[in-house]
Write a protein that binds this ligand. Structure first.
Ligand code: HEC
Length: 693
């Protein structure tokens, strides 16, 4: 019997072979645009529309309470995990810290391969300005595409994990880096970059041939020095909206996130960034709209030529970039079908745009924003309030530089017609009293946005946050759920009437998509910063969540981030996969851990040195170790570090690069006196904490 293959058995074998053959998904324009395919998660926003809506409904509002852990994978070498995993035919591809990409078999839960682009080694001096996280990778015709923090774009064979090609997308002398996912379309892969805060930056996106890595086109988001001649008429047009000698400061407009391909119009929409520097008084001294800062720019996907633009924040001066996700949907507006584009940038307004023409359809506030009263629908321009531009040198403005919505993704449910937005309610104090606009010079490879930042910490309750269900047709709030802290992750929505979101307090939560009712909550023991994804293997639905506190708030948020107790290195990082009736018990979750600043009474603080140290700190240390030394979890809290009390150990860390491999850069840009000043500053700040009740 053993060796006899019966007819039924042969049919079964053949059947399963055909399923296997069919299961080989070609990831291309067709599959990436197919909203109905449900077993995979092929692109950053699942499909090209970026809706993050899954048609799966095995897990649904009726049974989500039975969701449990099915398996998990420990990730001991990772720290920040902010990426969207991709699922192709039973294999998950995701990127961890410093761009290490892994392929995991979803049946055996084994790591099939790991590709390490050695980003720290490639970074050189750029290490002083870069963080470890990245928001995602792309998949196209059997290859994984990743962009490294040091500026390379790399193609890797999805079967073997072997590098196929690698190109440099950033000039080594520019203080730029990459934290975003590339986008793929029509055999092209496109990537931008970020980093307007560390020196003169002129934003651009570049499209490469997926097969070879050959550059196909590049689009600059702001014009260069007119004396060098403009690249084309679009740049000449943009230059008319600038004043002063903006090119000396680069201008900004970097596209660090928000690349959406539109298969219906064969266009790529790029969300552009803030000014370099933020403060317009220094950047473009006579004012002006400063195109294409804080805009959505539609480009022809074949040529990279300009088609239309809409600027959300003309003459930006608050870091209100428009890099947030750009979501495409067919909406019915005033009885007419509209090919719409939806966008909720930092500035607090929710925009619905007709993507055929770029015409603004509606714009309303989805959060508290007082920099502008409203958007004038006749002109499409904001009606700003007096004082908002900190004309007199200092002003409290809503929202602050973190925005009303940051990169954590929103999702759109075609059934409920609602958009689920992770919303931040937080003001910012904009001050250029000490930065002195007239005398200001753009530093290089040092943090300086042209307003005071990172020298002082704010209170932990400086901001609040909500999950808001927004109706894009009526431009009204449908429901909201309060969230902990301010730094919550992106959302997923499913046909099973669910919205799923990870939170700053480490809880993964499911809500009814129509009513906002909380249906399920699971504490995962560490702040969640990555959006969840869902998929099927052998017909069964799973939900996957990367758990690893990350993103700019975890580095620069101070007490707002530190309040959750996700101190550097205190909690494990992992991938957790859920299924209905999942029974696995996770290892015990370590308790929240908080830094204990050292008083060090033997250290005499010299006030002038401490003051000087605050400026060194804001330019060179605060971007990772937090404002006034209050670390949000991205790096150790130096108020509590004994290394700071030991001059020899400190010099070996700072000047010899003793911890370079672990993301603590070696510094050539500061000297021993600067470092001594930092020690006095940190001791001053540590003692303030000791006095607190
Ligand atoms: C780009 C991010 C980044 C910047 C900028 C940065 N650090 Fe760090 N630093 C780190 C990370 C990450 C670690 C933890 C490394 C490890 O795991 O050992 C660290 C560790 C340290 C430590 C060791 C602390 C301990 O107790 O082990 C000291 C001291 C330190 N940094 C000082 C500084 C100073 C001073 C500056 C500014 C001149 C600075 N760092 C700038 C990321 C950064």
């Amino acid at each position: 019997m053993k060796h006899t293959i019966t007819a039924a058995c042969a049919a079964l074998l053949l059947g399963s072979m055909t399923t296997l053959a069919n299961a080989e998904t070609q990831v291309d324009d067709k599959s990436l645009a197919d909203e109905k395919q449900s077993e995979n998660w092929l692109g950053y926003g699942r499909t090209q529309s970026q809706q993050r809506y899954s048609p799966l409904e095995q897990i649904n509002a009726g049974n989500v309470a039975k969701l449990g852990v099915d398996w998990s994978l420990e990730l001991p070498n990772d720290r920040s995990l902010t990426g969207t995993p991709l699922i192709v035919d039973g294999v998950m591809y995701f990127n961890g810290s410093f761009n290490v990409v892994r392929a995991v078999d979803l049946r055996t839960h084994k790591v099939l391969w790991e590709y390490n682009p050695k980003s720290v080694d490639h970074a050189g001096d750029r290490a002083t300005i870069m963080w470890d996280w990245n928001r995602g990778i792309a998949f196209w015709k059997g290859r994984v595409y990743l962009a490294t923090v040091d500026g390379r774009l790399i193609a890797v064979d999805a079967k073997t994990g072997k590098e196929v090609w690698s190109v440099a997308t950033i000039d080594p002398k520019n203080a730029l880096f990459i934290s975003g996912a590339p986008a793929v379309f029509r055999d092209k892969v496109i990537i931008g970059n970020g980093g307007t805060e560390w020196g003169p930056a002129r934003g651009y996106v570049t499209a490469y041939d997926t097969a070879t890595g050959k550059q196909m086109w590049r689009f600059y988001t702001v014009p260069g020095n007119p004396a060098d001649g403009f690249e084309d008429e679009t740049q000449a047009m943009a230059a008319k909206t600038w004043t002063g000698e903006w090119w000396k400061h680069g201008g900004g407009g970097t596209s660090w996130h928000g690349l959406t391909y539109d298969p219906e119009f064969n266009r790529i929409y790029i969300g552009t960034g803030n000014g370099s520097p933020w403060n317009q008084k220094m950047r473009s001294t006579g004012g002006g709209d400063n195109l294409f800062l804080c805009s959505i720019v539609a480009l022809d996907a074949n040529t990279g030529k300009y088609v239309w633009h809409y600027q959300t924040t003309p003459g930006e001066t608050w870091d209100y970039n428009s890099n947030m996700d750009i979501v495409l949907a067919d909406l019915t507006l005033a009885g007419k079908p509209v090919k719409a584009l939806m966008h909720a940038p930092k500035n607090g307004f929710f925009y619905v745009i007709d993507r055929a023409t770029g015409k603004l359809i509606s714009a309303e506030k989805f959060a508290h924003a007082d920099w502008a009263e409203k958007i004038d629908m006749a002109t499409g321009r904001p009606v700003e309030r007096k004082g908002a531009r900190y004309e007199d040198g200092e002003e409290l403005v809503w929202p602050g530089p973190f925005g009303s919505h940051n990169w954590p993704a929103m999702s759109y449910h075609p059934g409920t017609g609602l958009v689920y937005i992770p919303v931040i309610e937080m003001a910012g104090m904009f001050s250029d009293k000490y930065t002195k606009p007239k005398a200001w010079q753009s530093p290089s490879f040092k943090f300086d946005p042209g307003v005071d930042f990172l020298r002082e910490d704010g209170p932990a309750d400086w901001g609040t946050s909500f999950l808001r269900a927004w109706d894009p047709v009526t431009q009204k709030l449908r429901w909201e759920a309060p969230l902990p802290g301010v730094w919550n992750a992106g959302t997923l929505t499913t046909k099973g009437n669910l919205v799923i979101q990870g939170r700053a307090d480490g809880v993964l939560a499911a809500y009814a998509a129509d009513t906002g009712k909380v249906l399920w909550q699971k504490p995962l023991g560490l702040g969640i910063s990555a959006p969840p994804v869902t998929y099927t293997v052998d017909g069964k639905q799973y939900l996957a969540q990367l758990v690893g506190w990350g993103g700019s708030m975890t580095a620069t948020g101070g007490s707002i981030a530190a309040q959750h107790g996700w101190a550097y290195g205190a909690q494990p990082r992992r991938l957790v996969v859920f299924a209905l009736d999942g029974q696995v018990v996770l290892p015990p979750l370590p308790a929240p851990a908080f830094a204990k600043p050292l008083n060090a009474p033997e250290f005499t603080v010299y006030p002038e040195l401490a003051e000087r140290g605050s400026h060194v700190w804001s330019q060179s240390c605060g971007m990772c170790h937090g404002p006034a030394g209050t670390a949000g979890g991205y790096a150790p809290d130096l108020r509590a570090s004994t290394v700071l009390l030991d001059e020899k150990a400190l010099h070996s860390v700072i000047f010899d690069g003793a911890l370079r491999e672990r993301g603590m850069p070696k510094f050539k840009s500061i000297n021993k006196d600067d470092l001594e000043a930092v020690r006095h500053y940190i001791r001053r700040e540590a003692r303030k904490q000791n006095l607190a009740p």
